[in-house]
Ligand binder design. Structure first.
Ligand code: FES
Ligand SMILES: [Fe+2]
Length: 360
């Protein structure tokens, strides 16, 4: 490779690699999902801040059949999700308004409604109690919808949930990625992690240009084009790649639609769409599922190898970042220098999603 050619696939020994060295594939798979006991409190790490508002992935559409009910935990709250006979998913706070049973453990779907396992009170999708089988009268306070609504949207083979701390309705629509409904593209290849850190720190990683060399062992990346546009942002990067058949321009388009919906589109030598499902569970825990889809006809030849290489490389980089994120503090006033990339503009853009800080 010529000296002036940045190579996004280059890998060399890096410090955090020592933490991962020698792990078998099985050990690594366990490590990705294992608890991290004994960690400092969220307050000690600067993570005792609000959750940002926006659309977040709740689960894959395939994980919830009609008539199924499941418990979930996101945004530090217990939630329940079910899919009615009409095919629509619905979500409520998990605890019954009667005596507090968890509706997601033993509850059952009846038609489009959810029945509590404890005394069989029935709920519609807005949390109204529609039936109490042994009572003559439904208490008026529970005949009204729940104060806290959880708007859902199904797109990109996922169920998305709108989170807003005050219960404000969705301020934008879930972005649809055409590849995910195109039969010419594969089913998702899914890789999962638990990250013990702030969703904001994870998102910031993409604009933290200096870390790529030290954490991921990549050569310096060319500067990418940055777009900041209301609730959307994008980084678009083009890098020449030398291949056995000549030089190809590889393009990486990373987009965010609010804090909870991101896509990364790789193109050039091989095509890949990464839909990163990243949803806060607690102040210091984030559920991460990287969902990759690629054109089915790319399964042979050089493009197939490169496509598989992309997936492996992105997962390897997430493993390395996790070593940092699991222990990173979120500093309210970080000290940055030239060469750091647009970390401060990123933070300024991100701040709009903390509704609690709107007037601060
Ligand atoms: S606790 Fe749910 S019906 Fe009684
Ligand atoms: Fe990284």
């Amino acid at each position: 490779m010529a000296d002036d050619a940045p190579n996004v696939m280059l890998s060399s020994p890096v410090a955090v690699a020592q933490a991962l060295a020698g792990m078998s594939p099985e050990a690594r798979a366990q490590w990705r999902l294992a608890d991290l006991p004994g960690r400092p409190t969220p307050a000690e790490r600067g993570l005792d801040i609000p959750f940002p508002y926006g659309w977040f992935p709740a689960m894959l559409s395939s994980e919830l059949a009609a008539g199924e009910v499941k418990p979930l935990r996101y945004f530090g709250r217990d939630l329940v999700i079910w899919r009615g006979a009409d095919g629509r998913p619905r979500m409520l706070d998990a605890h019954c308004r009667h005596l507090g049973a968890h509706l997601g453990h033993g509850g059952r779907v009846v038609g489009d409604e959810l029945e509590c396992p404890f005394h069989a009170w029935r709920y519609d999708g807005e949390g109204r109690v529609t039936a109490v089988p042994y009572a003559e009268r439904i208490p008026p306070s529970v005949a009204r919808p729940c104060e806290r609504q959880w708007p859902l949207s199904e797109a990109n083979r996922m169920i998305w949930v709108w989170y807003h701390p005050t219960g404000a309705p969705p301020a934008w629509e879930v972005e649809r990625f055409p590849e995910t409904s195109d039969p010419a593209w594969t089913d998702y290849d899914i890789h999962e992690w638990r990250v013990f850190g702030a969703i904001q720190n994870m998102a910031e990683n993409g604009v933290d240009v200096a870390h790529f060399r030290y954490v991921h062992g990549t050569a310096d990346l060319p500067t990418s084009e940055m777009i900041w546009d209301g609730y959307r942002r994008a980084s678009i990067l083009e890098a020449p790649l030398d291949t056995p058949t000549g030089r190809v321009v590889s393009r990486i388009e990373a987009r965010m639609f609010g804090p909870g919906q991101t896509s990364t589109r790789f193109s050039g030598l091989a095509e890949t769409l990464l839909v990163a499902a990243v949803t806060p569970v607690e102040k210091d825990e984030v559920r991460v599922r990287f969902c990759f889809t690629q054109p089915r006809d790319q399964r042979e030849g050089l493009a197939a190898m490169v496509a598989a290489g992309f997936v492996a490389e992105v997962c390897r980089q997430l493993d390395q970042d996790k070593v940092i994120w699991d222990r990173q503090h979120l500093l309210a006033r970080p000290v940055v220098c030239d060469g750091d990339g647009p970390i401060l503009p990123f933070r300024q853009w991100y701040r709009q999603f903390y509704a609690e800080w709107a007037d601060a």
